[in-house]
Design a binder for this molecule. Structure first.
Ligand SMILES: Cc1ncc(COP(=O)(O)O)c(C=O)c1O
Length: 381
């Protein structure tokens, strides 16, 4: 049985709680640091995956900045992350275009019309300008998460951007991967190269988006580094990547407690979490998270359906098997929950929001925030 070194401190922690293990985060950052040494590429954190700003001082020792999808993310990056602010907003208003012009170091437009709106709104332009293209090479495992799916609104279809168009911009951006290795990335790069060839030399930078599982043990970092160096040297461009998931991979856990155990043919442990309100990707993607010291049903002596505490009938994580019986107040720890959880929570049913804590390198938990009734009330009117 795996017992984390910080387990004894859980009795003092209000649950549900989102905890990030700084030691694991630093291991991930060391992988990015090695990639930067080999390639001199730019790596920015996709705030949409993880915006826990208490961690920004650590992350900014390695990464060069953030990529923001909205004014709030850009402002958070500016206030809390010591680095460049790249912006890719799907669509912005004139008012937002003015604010982005002040805040962004780089901006990638999702359409030529948005580029025009930006130019017409601002008399002098501050950020380096790029376009997001849709390379039209689908590889993401789930259509909902495939930016190149039919009728996608994400990026200008590659056929609508000619080689001579590249003279108008400093950079090209694409994001077309979803938790993938190098082969799908290289297929996209081949498509871009065969469309533009030497016209890519017109550019100053190219942003290869996120979705790279760089911190997985079987990810071929050398192949990525070689490809980056190859493109950098061939076209004279700076390569940028904007991972979210990979930065925090395996560093976050979600701690809940059992509130009640009921029986309806099977044992159901109702926990103080809600998949729909706290971990919506479980239902949206959908996927089955790992639970510490539990396995698939019938692999150990005690089976429980782990469920949330809202009225949504489907607010259920799934069935898990434990070595020993669960009791009320026992912790249930969901692992690898650092990405796309805290940034996606809601107060559906008025459920409490998770508290947030950092596990430092000595194993001490420092509580960073707890939510209150006022956070809930203020949002609603
Ligand atoms: C434009 C863009 N960049 C970067 C990312 C980060 O992707 P990931 O967290 O999979 O690395 C996303 C995720 O949706 C994205 O839409």
């Amino acid at each position: 049985m795996l017992i984390p070194h910080w387990i004894n401190q859980l009795k003092d922690i209000p649950t549900p709680c989102y905890l990030v293990d700084k030691a694991q985060l630093k291991k991930n950052l060391a992988i990015f640091s090695a990639l930067k040494r080999k390639t001199d590429c730019t790596i920015i954190l996709a705030l949409k995956a993880m915006s826990t700003h208490a961690l920004f001082p650590v992350i900014s020792t390695t990464l060069d900045g953030v990529t923001a999808s909205s004014i709030y993310e850009a402002r958070l990056g500016l206030e809390e992350f010591n680095g460049n602010i790249h912006v890719h907003s799907i669509a912005m208003t004139k008012n937002e275009a003015k604010q982005y012009n002040r805040m962004a170091s780089h901006i990638s437009f999702n359409s030529k019309r948005q580029h025009e709106l930006f130019l017409n709104t601002n008399s002098s332009i501050h950020p380096s300008i790029g376009w997001r293209i849709n390379p039209n090479v689908s590889s993401a495992p789930v259509e909902k998460y495939d930016p190149c799916a039919p009728y996608s609104r994400l990026g200008i279809p590659i056929g609508n951007v000619s080689s001579s168009d590249l003279k108008q911009i400093d950079g090209l951006h694409f994001h077309a991967l979803c938790e993938q290795k190098t082969t799908p990335l290289f297929n996209i790069l081949d498509a871009i190269e065969s469309t533009y060839g030497d016209a890519l030399c017109e550019l100053k930078w190219m942003n290869w988006g996120g979705g790279h599982r760089i911190c997985d043990p079987d990810y071929n970092i050398d192949a990525l580094a070689n490809k980056m160096n190859n493109w950098k040297n061939k076209y004279g461009i700076n390569i940028i990547i904007e991972p979210g998931d990979a930065v925090i991979r395996n560093a976050g856990v979600y701690v809940s407690r059992v509130l009640d155990i009921i029986t309806n043919e099977k044992l159901i442990a109702i926990c103080d979490i809600s998949p729909t309100a706290h971990m919506p990707d479980i239902l949206e993607y959908p996927y089955r998270p790992n639970v510490m010291n539990a396995g698939p049903p019938n692999t150990a002596g005690h089976n429980y359906i782990l469920a949330g505490n809202t009225c949504l009938a489907g607010d259920v994580v799934g069935e898990y098997s434990f070595d020993s019986p669960l009791g009320v107040n026992d912790p249930v720890i969901f692992t690898d929950m650092g990405q796309y959880t805290l940034v996606k929570t809601s107060n559906f049913n008025g459920v409490n929001q998770p508290s947030v804590g950092i596990i430092d390198e000595h194993g001490s938990i420092e509580l960073k925030s707890t939510s209150s009734y006022f956070n809930f009330k203020e949002r609603l009117s």
